[in-house]
Design a protein around this ligand. Structure first.
Ligand code: VGL
Ligand code: ZN
Length: 209
């Protein structure tokens, strides 16, 4: 098998509500938009899958502060805040998956997300033959962290795109601690432009030019 064929890009929750002026803004959340747009273009050019998760909550959910949760109301299904950041360039082939739909659960991990047809992420990746995931998005200390740890538990080789992530930092140092946790669990790290794939053979799907 061509080693390039088993990689995919997972863009986590690059949505208006997690960016400046959103309902649950990640400081400098929008700085991930340009690097992840470049990564998405690169993967699409190589014919590799691009998946984009979105936080997609009902109006009433235990995830929200008014109903006992930790967070202000954000990313309500169909709202402007739940739309992807307008600067994020997603290739037409991008598979959108939605999570946080269950009103009983936080739904932080992209592995809790499903396609519009209800196919879970893990099943989707198995069908595509994906074994290596490149992950970026928002927020480092919540949904990126959960998604990366789940992916590693499921046996994927995971590379975190370091210039394609930003954290909420409810407590200072949360992102740093999350990155250490991901590293201990086996994640690799690289910038979108600097990234090289260790495996023999195929061209690096993230490398520029
Ligand atoms: C997220 C907090 C609440 C995330 C989602 O996407 O990281 N964080 N809901
Ligand atoms: Zn949420």
């Amino acid at each position: 098998m061509n080693v390039e064929r088993d990689a995919a890009l997972l863009i986590v929750d690059v949505q208006n509500d997690f960016c400046p002026n959103g309902a649950l803004p990640v400081p400098q959340g929008d700085r991930v938009v340009a690097p992840l747009s470049r990564a998405a273009e690169r993967f699409a050019l190589e014919g590799l899958p691009v998946l984009a998760s979105r936080d997609w909550h009902p109006t009433v959910t235990k995830h929200f502060q008014p109903y006992g949760g930790s967070w202000p109301v954000h990313c309500v299904q169909g709202s402007e805040g739940a739309a992807f950041h307008p600067g994020l360039r997603l290739p037409p082939e991008t598979v959108v998956i939605s999570k946080g739909i269950d009103p009983e659960l936080d739904g932080y991990s992209a592995f809790e997300a499903v396609t519009d047809n209800g196919t879970p992420l893990a099943e989707l990746l198995a069908g595509l033959g994906v074994r290596r995931l490149y992950v970026g998005g928002l927020a480092t200390d919540y949904c990126v962290r959960s998604s990366v740890l789940d992916a590693l538990r499921l046996g994927f080789e995971v590379t975190v795109l370091t210039d394609g992530i930003a954290g909420v930092e409810v407590n200072p140092g949360d992102s740093e601690r999350a990155l250490e946790e991901m590293e201990r669990a086996g994640a690799r790290f690289c910038g979108v432009s600097a990234c090289t794939v260790r495996n023999e053979g195929g061209r690096d799907p993230v490398q520029q030019g």
